[in-house]
Design a protein around this ligand. Sequence first.
Ligand code: NAD
Length: 311
Amino acid sequence: HFQSVGFIGLGNMGSRMANNLLKAGYNLTVHDVNRDVMKMYSDMGVSTKQTPFEVGEASEVVITMLPSASHVLDVYNGPNGLLHGGSLLTPRLLIDSSTIDPQTSRKLSVSVSNCTLKDKKDDWKSPVMLDAPVSGGVVAAEAGSLTFMVGGTEDAYVVAKSLLLSMGKNTIFCGGPGNGSAAKICNNLAMAISMLGVSEALTLGQSLGLTASTLTQIFNSSSARCWSSDSYNPVPGVMPGVPSSRNYTGGFASKLMAKDLNLASASAEEVGLKSPLTSLAKNIFAEICKNGHENEDFSCVFRHYYSGKDE
Ligand code: NAD
């Protein structure tokens, strides 16, 4: 469906996703506030623009991959943002893959559908937005094996699918606008809590005389089995190739987990939901970050919070 794709936010994730779009043969136009990144792309022969608005002017679809909601709002609604100039838009589809709160995704989706298309080529009536956050991290972004959780209209999802599949291996339609963002923060909330549960139980087991390897073997063939025990074990030496076995380097930074837990907590508050474990997990990861471990993988919660070796 699309040939010209704009990409804004070429950081750890975005640069790898954009590279996969180039490999798939899309005609790419990019923007980032980081001049070094822009230079790298222009040296590669990719068209670079000074503002999000100019990226929009050159693209049928624009993808954003930015740190947080404030950056996304800036890129959409800022003075030279994608929606600058009122209601006439060139891109027919705007896809935000950043992890942000569903409320912001919903507001932006309304702003986008209130705009008019500059060039009505087919039966596409107005511009549409999809929230399409990802799971998989930097390794999956590089390999093109991300999972996209998509919120918006089903028609737009169907049209966007092949584009998303050039950066990922799975796409899941989650329902209306904001539902992709909601799915992402719920996934990360469950992941944080399972990591805390596994870490606490393994610490207790060790204190009661069991080795972490034996207890992990039990969990993985019993009802405590989960991703945090069988694929991302937090105890150094239990499992090769995971962050805990390389001093908690690489992987998913604690500061990103802290950010996602803040989003989950704010969303729970907004809908008036009691969420005791969300609050606890949020406080634990805030403390981990405050103590200087914000760049370590989030499974470092085992070492810094439970084993007590470091603090
Ligand atoms: P990052 O900080 O590495 O990259 C963000 C990029 O956006 C940077 O290059 C920055 O210069 C650029 N940027 C910031 N403000 C901008 C603006 N106003 N205009 C243009 N460019 C701007 O972040 P990342 O790790 O690539 O993560 C991006 C998003 O993906 C976040 O929401 C994160 O939570 C989510 N995410 C990250 C991972 C991961 O493992 N890193 C996994 C899943 C989801």
